[in-house]
Design a protein around this ligand. Sequence first.
Ligand SMILES: [Zn+2]
Length: 273
Amino acid sequence: MNVKEAIQLLNESKGMHVYDVFIPSVQKEISFKPITTGQQKTLSKFSMNANTFNLDYEFMKLALFDELKISNEPITSNDLTELDMVCFLAGIRLNNIMEPLEIICKCGECDNKFEFKIDLDTVIQKCKGLDQKEFLIKTTIDDIRYELTIKYPTYKSLIELEEYINLLSKELSYNEDQTIESRLFLKPAFFIYDLKINEVEVENFNTLDFLSKIEMYNELPPTLTILGENSILNLLLTKFNLQETSSILNIIKCPKCKHELEGVLSNDSFFII
Ligand SMILES: [Zn+2]
């Protein structure tokens, strides 16, 4: 057989080695096929520079979901939340790379340098235990009636937001505080799943492209978006734990002083070998 036929044969045989990964937003197991050496190489390469935000890597992780998924479940990479992404990548690592995941860490408290074995099963179990929050806001401001469904944003919208804020901070020479502020200002827009104004639905609000969504959001009254007790931002701060996903990954403890290391493990670290 020629190379083309060999690749064809290998692709077909992948259907035989199916494994299931729990995806929180659909609350069920989804079946995937194994990754190829090429995909493994790319994931490992990007993992080494995981500390800096890389748009190509983020989009590659999303594309991987669509490439590997073999279930008929209608979920696509566009629907995934941050939590889904953690479970998906942890599941891919667990089912494709048999070696344990070990990370070299340095304790911020006692300077102890140590190697920590990550238990990705525990991470998945923690994700399973979290509920998928959804809230309805109904309010009337200046004689206009608003009705909004608020839930966790898609991973795709969060990476687009991160890229947008990166560009904005460079262009306007933001300092760190200004960058954080603009993120806080814009992020609530991506928690809006659908929007009704005077009982009429804004068509496909959730799937609007990034800039149209920001444009629409900027037109809403501040008492609805960021100011006061009934605003979306206040709902996010009180009912949603904005650090939930990253806190799920705070499982590394210094063996010497028992200090918990925060922000060391991210879904990008899963493919370090
Ligand atoms: Zn320590």
